[in-house]
Design a protein around this ligand. Structure first.
Ligand SMILES: [Zn+2]
Length: 139
C-alpha cells in the first residue's frame, strides 16, 4: 500500500491531498466513483495517528464526501469502509485506508452488480478512473 500511495501521488487520479494524506481514485476502480483516502506514511490504524493528524484526515475525508455530494443535484449515497490493522497481531502489515464508493452512476441511475461482478469479482465500470478523478477535482 505504501508503494501504491507513493505512485498514485504523482499520477492523474489524485482527487485531493494534504501533507500527510492522499485521496485518489484507484487504478482499477470497481465503482463509477470510488476514492481511497490513505496516509502517505505507513500507519496501521486510527489510534496510531496523533490528534493533529486525525483532524487532518477527517478534513480530507469530509472534503471527499462533499465532492461526492457535488456530483449530482441531490445528496449522493455512499458506502465507506475503513481498513485498519488487527488489534494485536500483524500490525506492521496493515496500512490505514478508507475506501468510499457510491452506487450512483448517474443522477438517476444506480449501479447494480451483474453476474460477472457478483459471482466472479470481475467489475465492469463505464467511468474511467482518470475521468472520475478529474470530475471530482472540479468541485
Ligand atoms: Zn504501508
Amino acid at each position: 500500500m505504501c508503494e501504491v500511495v507513493a505512485r498514485e501521488a504523482a499520477g492523474p487520479r489524485v482527487v485531493a491531498e494534504t501533507d500527510g494524506f492522499l485521496a485518489y481514485v484507484p487504478e482499477a476502480a470497481r465503482w463509477p466513483y470510488e476514492v481511497y483516502v490513505a496516509p502517505r506514511a505507513c500507519v496501521p490504524d486510527l489510534p496510531a495517528l496523533d490528534a493533529a493528524r486525525r483532524d487532518e484526515l477527517m478534513r480530507l475525508y469530509a472534503d471527499v464526501l462533499r465532492r461526492f455530494d457535488a456530483l449530482y443535484e441531490h445528496p449522493t449515497p455512499y458506502v465507506a469502509c475503513w481498513y485498519q490493522a488487527p488489534a494485536r497481531t500483524k500490525r506492521d502489515a496493515a496500512h490505514l485506508c478508507a475506501r468510499v464508493y457510491t452506487p450512483q452512476r448517474t443522477a438517476d441511475k444506480l449501479k447494480f452488480l451483474a453476474t460477472s461482478e457478483t459471482g466472479g469479482g470481475a467489475y465492469i465500470n463505464d467511468v474511467l478512473p482518470d475521468a472520475a478523478a478529474a470530475r471530482l477535482r472540479e468541485f
